[in-house]
Every structure is written in C-alpha cells, then in structure tokens.
Design a protein around this ligand. Structure first.
Ligand SMILES: [Fe+2]
Length: 473
C-alpha cells in the first residue's frame, strides 16, 4: 500500500514539502566525520515549514510559514534549534484557524466586499521565509513584502520590524555596502506612478536612504539584482505586473504577473554614486531568480552572471499540487550577460553545461569583482534539485556531489580564516536523507566537494531557500 508520504518516482521527495510542527533545541547532535576546528559560528536558515491552515492547504512552495533553523558549530561539535517566526501572518492563522494574510500564491477566502475593503486596509504578509541578513548587530529575516523581521540569533525569538522599506515589492537578496557594512536593496514603489528604487540602510538605522529612482509602467518580477563597484544592475525579465490591478483581480499576488516574451530582458545600469541610469539594453527573453555576481570589466563592459530559465514556467512548477504529482521542474542555466553601455548591446553565453540555482560565491572577497568559483544546486535525473555543483570559471568545468536519496539545499560557502585561495573553505548544505526521514548538515571541502562531516538534525527540515553563516553567534 502506498503511504501518504511516499515519494513520486520523479520530482521532489515528499518530506521536502511536508510541514514540520516540532520546535526544538538540542545542545549536541550526532556528528560523523570531522568538522574543521576553525569553523565556529552558526548556519542560520529560513524557509517555509507549514502549508496547512484549518481545512486549507496553501498553493505554492513559497507560501509556507517561515521557520528559522540554526546549526551552531564550535570545537567540532554541533547544536541545533528551530522555531517558527512569530509573524503577524503566522499568529493570525494560528489564532483564527484560517489564512488571514495574502501569501505569494495563496489568498484568504474573500468576498468582493472583502477585496474592496482590503484595498484600503491591505493585509501585507510579513512571512519572511526567503532569506536572512545581518545588519550591524541585527539579524533580519526577509521576504518580498516590505516587512523585514528582526530576530534574536541566539534564541530565534522574533523581535519586530527591522526597518522601513521605501516601496511595496522588494527583494530578500540585499547586497552589502562595503563602505559601512550597511545594506543595499531594491524596492518597487507602486501607486498611480510606479518606480524602481534603490536604497541604503546603515548598520544601525531604521530609515532608508533612497539612492536612485527610475519610473516604470509595469514593474517586472525581480527576486535579486546585481552590484558592481560602480553600478546597480537591474535585469527586468518580461514577467510583469500592473500593480494597480492586484487588489481587485481576485487572484493571488504572483498570478497577476504576465509573461510577455516580446519585451525581451532589459538591463539597466544605475550609477551607485549619482543615481544616473544607463540603458535599458535589451536582449532575449529570460527569467531568473538569482544574480550570481556582477562586475565592471576593464574594457568598459559590465558582466552580469545569472541563473536563468528559458521562461517563467518555474513559478508554475513550484505549485505544491504539481510537486506532489511528481512533475519535474524546469532546469536552471548559468549564463553570462555582457552589457556594453557604449555600443548599447547585450551579449550572452552559457557558462557551464551543468546548470544550477541557489548560487553562492565567496561573497566577501568577490562580490562586485571578477571571480572564479560558484557553488549551487542543480536539477539531476530526479527532476528536482539533487546535486551540489561547483563551477570553476577559469575553464568552465564543474564538479558535483550527490548521493541517491539525499536531497541537498543551497550550499553556503564559509571561507577559512587566513585563506589565500578564493575557494579555501567549506560548504554548508542542509540535506534531506529520504530513507531516514531526517535531515543533516553536510560539510564539504569547497575546493573539491569531498565530504568532511555530517551533523544530524532530529527531524526532517522542509526544503528552504537561503541561509547565512554568522561568526560569533
Ligand atoms: Fe532567493
């Protein structure tokens, strides 16, 4: 007899998108292998962990309520803790037994009157399940709504709203301002007139400083942006929305976006100092979530490396119904776009045959600059993310790590202190062991993907998106 949680032959393993109710704290989890003595700090991750509310199930992988997970590492030993983020959205659902806030692809049940009322009293979700960042002394969990949620990195307790965002649609992928350690991010201001805005938050500030503003008629869905020493790099994929239609459409947020490939992909460069814009420069239609890295090349061109898809089908692919039916997901590609502001052209090429997404680089050393290595997760024969990939841009070769029945997440690179080489460090990836029904922290040597150690979590960890390694926590 087939059990309710049996995995389909292809696609995502069932437990990867199975809710986790249990919140726990374990001071020491079993470790096999040897964790490098220099590795001290915490891998903190956020991700969706609960998709059912009352009688309803949310529609999409991205909709689940945010849970924080922390693997604390010191002296070769590992602790583990996990906790739901106590967001307004989560608390309201728990108290009322129904979905109260609109998520990425799921709306509360609303009458027409309710929809009109929501125009004047929008319930914007603060379900910060996408990524987190360290801003000065603060830890902040983020999603694409303008409500970043501060939490205590030690207890994983929710603190409150971290700072103000100057727009309604933002990204959970800020960049670091090297000058002061603050953050740079993008937000789309919507209303009678829409604009893209780039802003800066100083490490201890609550108020943003808007650095640049560009008018736009139909904002594109943008999950991240690129940063060079000189420019913000905006890649507008032709997946666009007329924001004014969202509240009355009767459709969840993401279903208001339309794929318009005839628009192509438009790159705009925004000067970080002056806010002046160059472009847009158009190329073929692509869709993507994650910029990998960008830099100003010596010849005056700007390089933007991005994990892209042929179209926006990946958004459809990640609906829970499709995933639970075992349908494979679109395969990401790793491509380089070279923008020549003088010629007004964009050239693009595939960088590695093996594609991947959830990319990580040696950020502190290489972001905004020429670089050599990327690590990510690729879609293999299973039709789901099942392989850790290391790409070497010097010869465009890839190396992989995989194990049947083991499902790795984003590989977070941590540099060895005193390292000279760009790839001298470890990768930390949370892997689901399907047969065991539990997840573990995998520690790989980032240079060759050889395995150093595993630390067992006490339960399965639903597939999440992003995390950060925090030293000193
Ligand atoms: Fe992301």
């Amino acid at each position: 007899m087939e059990s309710a949680t049996a995995s389909p032959a292809t696609g995502v393993p069932a437990q990867g998108i199975e809710s986790l109710e249990n919140e726990t704290r374990v001071d020491q989890v079993p470790v096999t292998g040897e964790i490098p003595a220099w590795l001290t700090g915490s891998l903190i991750r956020t991700g969706p962990a609960k998709w059912e509310v009352g009688e309803r199930t949310m529609n999409h992988w991205f909709d689940g309520f945010a849970m924080l997970h922390r693997f604390g590492i010191a002296d070769g030993e590992v602790s583990y803790a996990n906790r739901f983020l106590q967001t307004k959205s989560y608390r309201a659902a728990k108290e009322q037994g129904e979905i109260v806030y609109s998520e990425f692809a799921t709306d509360p049940c609303r009458s027409l009157f309710g929809r009109v009322f929501s125009l004047f009293n929008p319930k914007i979700s603060d379900n910060a399940n996408v990524n987190l960042t360290q801003l000065g002394e603060r830890f902040v969990s983020m999603t694409e709504t303008p409500i970043p949620v501060e939490f205590d990195a030690e207890t994983l307790e929710t603190v409150g709203v971290a700072y103000d965002t100057p727009g309604l649609l933002t990204t959970a992928h800020p960049h670091m301002e090297r000058a002061d350690g603050g953050m740079l991010n993008y937000a789309a201001k919507v209303g009678p007139r829409n604009s893209y805005r780039f802003f800066h938050i100083a490490p201890d500030a609550k108020e943003p400083r808007v650095l640049a503003s560009l008018p736009v008629r139909e904002p594109a869905y943008m999950h991240s942006f690129g940063l060079t020493e000189r420019f913000f790099v905006l890649a507008e994929y032709p997946y666009v929305v007329n924001p004014i239609k969202i509240p009355l459409s009767g459709r969840p947020y993401i279903e208001n976006y339309e794929w318009k490939p005839e628009r192509g992909t438009r790159f705009t460069l925004i000067d970080r100092k002056t806010g002046d814009t160059v472009g847009p420069f158009e190329t073929n239609a692509w869709f993507g979530f994650h910029h990998v890295n960008s830099y100003d090349d010596e010849d005056g061109t700007v390089v933007a490396d991005i994990c892209v898809f042929d179209d926006a089908q990946i958004v459809e692919d990640l609906y829970l119904e499709r995933l639970r039916a075992g349908k494979p997901v679109s395969e990401p590609r790793f491509r380089r776009f070279r923008i020549d502001p003088k010629a007004g052209t964009v050239a693009d090429e595939e960088l590695t045959e093996q594609g991947f997404d959830l990319p990580r680089i040696n950020y502190m050393r290489c972001n905004e600059r020429p670089y050599r290595y990327v690590w990510g997760v690729g879609v293999g024969e299973s039709g789901w993310l099942d392989v850790i990939v290391r790409a070497d841009l010097s010869d465009r070769s890839t190396t992989t790590w995989s194990q049947p029945g083991h499902w790795p997440g984003e590989p977070v690179f941590v540099a060895r202190p005193e390292a000279e080489d760009e790839d001298d460090g470890v990768l930390l990836s949370v892997v689901l062991d399907e047969a065991k029904g539990a997840s573990y922290l995998l520690v790989l040597d980032a240079r060759d993907l050889s395995e150093l150690a595993r630390a067992d979590a006490p339960h399965h960890i639903p597939f999440g998106f992003h995390g950060q390694f925090a030293r000193g926590v």
